[in-house]
Design a protein around this ligand. Sequence first.
Ligand SMILES: [Zn+2]
Length: 474
Amino acid sequence: MQGWVAPCVCYYHIPVNAVSEVIFRNAELFTGERFLGPHDLRIAGGVIVDIIHTDLLKPKGVREVDLTGMWVLPALCDLHTHLREPGNPEKETIATGLAAAAMGGYGLVVAMPNTNPVCDTPEICEAQCELRRQAMSAQANGELPRLKPACALTVGRKGEQPVEFEPLLAVGCTLFTDDGDDVEDDEVLRSVFRTLGTAQLPEDTLVRVMFHAQNRRLMRHGVMHDGDVSWRMKLPGISRESEDVAVKRAINFGLEFHRAVHITHVTTAGAVQAIRKGKEEYERANLEHYLTCEVTPHHLTFTHEDVERLGAVAKVNPPLREENDRHELRKGLLDGTIDIVATDHAPHTAEEKAQPLANAPFGITGLEVALAASMTATGAHRDQDRATRVLSAMTSVPAGFACAPPYCGLLRERDPADLVVFDPGAEWVVNPQEFAGKCKVSPYAGMKLKGRVRLTMLGGSVAYGSLDELERVR
Ligand SMILES: [Zn+2]
């Protein structure tokens, strides 16, 4: 056992359509942990064969692509995606969601279990992986990102009774969440932690409970952040307190039961501060790395002022907050309090999102723009120290949290060629009509972003973009 369990993650294989051999010249290389400076990469048979200082590599007759000024990164990992299948293929399917992921540079996505039926048994995990296999065989060329289902904490996400953990652990599930809702009842949550405590856990694997930390009673029927904008718009607000209280509760449960707790989509300055303090407490209790959290690109980018401008398009839960919250989120990501960036990609149909704000469903999509949006929001496209933090938070760190196979989130010789060519100097205007996902409604529409994914290669096969196109934009 090497600290990861495979069955539930769709397996790696060398795609039949892997490019036979290619050399990327002069690429600024990011390993998943640090920048190495300009290097050449030789890819053959779906694998990274050589990573060498430029000009040392001189094979003849092999296609070469000059990537001067571009970055090569490991394919990204998203710990929080809603793929909507089974149950709501009109919003997104596993095929379209994974195509959106490939466009965004992702090689692995963790699917949230709030599907219909809810993903709370090994059979539903397997059904999702089967849908990916079908999508793979349906498309003529290219590879799809790998998929790892997260499973519900309680049966049917009803918040009443813990799921049967052992069969899920046995097929490789390591992430459990009722995402979309918190488990509100303290007694039920205790029994969840106790049941998990008695389950036989895979050796060397850290099983994580992912908290959608939001107190429903305090949230009431709010539809956006509770502040002067909701007041002006005469809409019921969602207080910061509803999140702050729930974050502290999640932190305390992890401490009490000595379990790894991951808090999804933090949005308030108070939550970031509570997590910063909580991490010190976990360290004192010898539970270092047991408290982790994520931020979404949209919370790094927008505030409640944008809701006034965009209406239901910017309706999301937890909501877009205020400038001081956004400042604290950016700071928390850069100082490491916030461990990872996760998309919370939550597609809906155009009709649903066209409703008045009060009636429209919560959710923003993000897979296609996550990297550029996160780089732009943090100024990381022009600062390698910041870029190191943001890129780690989207590659090696989440891949570790997902207990993904060791080649995910890192660029190393002899590993499968799962990589992204990123153009840090590109400036582009987001056009959601070009998104690969089904949902073309986006608060990023018309926005200028810095840095762009030019190519996603998975197992040596081009999953997004093309080598010809790469040469053209150079
Ligand atoms: Zn979610």
